[in-house]
Every structure is written in C-alpha cells, then in structure tokens.
Design a protein around this ligand. Structure first.
Ligand code: GDP
Ligand code: MG
Length: 312
C-alpha cells in the first residue's frame, strides 16, 4: 500500500493496562490474519468517523470538523508497532443533501482498488433518536459496492456514548433501543434475510471520543455502562477478524461490476440484437408480404388504369 507507514507512537498515550491489552489483541490478529489489518470507516457526515480514527490511533492523525464540511477524498492512516501494521481508512460522509453522493462513492471505490478490507466500521451517533431513509441508503450503497459479505466483517460503532439517557430510560435500555433500530436499518439496507441473522451477527460498540469521557482510577476512559470504549472496540474488531469469514478484496471486477451503469452497458448489444430480430425483421417481412400480395400499388392502377389499350 502506497501510504506512509509511521511508528505507532500514539499507543503510548493509552493507560498502560490498555496498551498491554491492545498489543495482546494485535498479536492475536497477527497470528491468524497476517501482519496487516485494514479497517474501513464509513457513515454519514459529522457522526464522528474521523474522531474514532484518532481515538483508535491515539493521536490527531486526521482532521475533525464540527460543521460537517469534510474532505471529499478518503485518507489512509498507517501505523506500525512490533512488526504489525494497522491501516485505518477515513472516508468522507457518503450523503449529500438527501441523496448518496455518487462521485464520492466512485472516488472511494477507486481509492480502495486492490486493497483488502479486513473490517468495516459503520459509524453513527448514539445520541440520535431515529433512523431514516438516509441510513438505509448508505448501507445499500456500501452493499452494492462491496457485496453482502462485507457485513460479516462489520461492526456498528456508536459515538457520543457519554450520554445521559432521556427521561424514563436507563442507559442500558436507551443503548439497546438505539442499537436495535440501527441494526434493523442495516439489515434492511443490506438485504439480509431473517435466516441470515445468525451468520451476520453485527456487533455494536459504544465509543466516546471527547475528553469529556469519565475515567476510572487507572486513568482509563469508562463509559456509563462500565465498558472501556477503545479497548472494547479493538477487542470486538479482533473477534470480527477471527470469526471465520473472509476479508473483502476490492478488485477490478468488484469495482466495475458494482456500477449499475456499467452493468447496463453490457446489455446494449443484446438490446440491439433483440430489436433487429424481433422488431425490424418482422416489419420488413410484413412489408414484403404486402407488396407481394397487392402486386402493383393501387395508386399505379388508378393513375394509369388497367386499360392497356389507352397506353398503346
Ligand atoms: P465525521 O464527519 O464523521 O468525520 O465527524 P468528526 O469526527 O469530524 O466529528 C464531528 C464533530 O463531532 C466534531 O466536533 C467532534 O469533536 C465531535 N465528536 C465526534 N465524536 C464525538 C464523541 O464521541 N463525543 C463528542 N462529545 N463529540 C464527538
Ligand atoms: Mg471526517
């Protein structure tokens, strides 16, 4: 991969117990999956994708923007530690206005060409109260690009997890309602059937990217439910990598085959052949038949008459 690989110094910013845990998990991945792990981060604009990349890396590697004007290009951050390379690809939000931005999607596909996606992080906010058609469109677009199998390698990440739930909800109930609603949309958008539920058991992980997050006595960030955001995220990423499913190799076939316009282009010669044999040919045949039946056209008979004596 062409990007610059730097030493992963940000790992030293984590509490020492977290560092040990992270290295242990990466060691596990190294054993089973080779010495590189590539994570693709997707979602709508402003949900905390870039902040999550920075939280995992432990440094401000990509820019974070509160007003949603993101860069239009994907960006890969590569960090190495103990012979292991972690690549995280941050992407711009795929929605523009009310629709999928096809150009952004096309740029993303080209960027990913010949890369392997080991894990997909589908990011959204925990503190949102409803899901809508936009969420479904993003999931659908991702599925069309990389195939349904990508959801075997996916995690839903919910940011802004340091939250006080609305009245009448415990933190746990609120999280499970929000996760349930989002997972439902993911299943619908990805076209996963009910019987796929077991195979595509997509885990949900809560993350708090802001410094506002509570810390325990060992200076480790902890969420209201007692879990530690980033180590828990890395642990879940490890589980997904080791779940027996395949990584997604983004090859030319996948990129071009997933463009509906390209697919239709292949049908053009067939459509012409169909028109020629089933429309043009029958019309030609009908005209010839008519001519043969009528002999000389009626206008000829009328103008010149059938009285041959007049002509001679
Ligand atoms: P992106 O557009 O999806 O890449 O979102 P960004 O990472 O740029 O974040 C958008 C805004 O949300 C920024 O102002 C971030 O500081 C803020 N933000 C992101 N994640 C969190 C989070 O977990 N908690 C809080 N409080 N703010 C966050
Ligand atoms: Mg961003």
């Amino acid at each position: 991969m062409a990007s610059l690989i730097r030493e992963w110094v940000g790992i030293n910013t984590f509490a020492s117990a977290t560092q040990t845990k992270l290295l242990e998990l990466l060691g596990k991945i190294k054993q089973e999956n080779g010495n590189t792990l590539t994570i693709l981060v997707v979602g709508k604009g402003g949900v905390g994708k870039s902040s999550t990349v920075n939280s995992i890396i432990g440094e401000r590697a990509v820019s974070v923007n509160p007003f949603q004007s993101e860069a239009t290009r994907p960006f890969m951050v590569s960090r190495a530690s103990a012979g292991f390379t972690l690549n995280i690809i941050d992407t711009p939000g795929l929605i523009e206005g009310e629709y999928i931005n096809d150009r952004t999607l096309e740029i993303l596909k080209r960027f990913l060409l010949n890369k392997t996606i080991d894990v997909l992080l589908y990011v959204d906010r925990l503190d949102a109260y409803r899901v809508d058609n936009l969420d479904r469109q993003v999931v659908k677009a991702i599925t069309e690009c990389f195939g349904k199998g990508i959801w075997n390698r996916a995690l839903v990440v919910l940011t802004h997890a340091q939250l006080s739930p609305p009245d009448g909800f415990s933190y746990k109930d609120f999280c499970s309602k929000r996760s349930g609603a989002l997972l439902k949309v993911v299943r619908l958008g990805a076209g996963l059937e009910k019987h796929d539920k077991q195979e595509f058991a997509i885990p949900v992980v809560l993350v708090e990217n802001s410094e506002r997050c509570n810390k325990n006595e060992t200076d480790k960030k902890v969420l209201p439910d007692g879990t530690a955001g980033i180590p828990h995220l890395v642990k879940t990423i490890t589980d997904v990598v080791l779940n027996g499913s395949k990584s997604i190799l983004v090859d030319k076939k996948l990129v071009e085959g997933s463009n509906p316009n390209e697919r239709w282009k292949l049908l053009i010669p067939l459509i012409f052949a169909f028109q020629y044999f089933f429309v043009v040919k029958p019309i030609e045949r009908a005209i010839k038949n008519d001519i043969a039946k009528e002999g000389r056209a009626s206008w000829y008979k009328k103008d010149y008459g059938c009285d041959q004596s007049r002509l001679s």
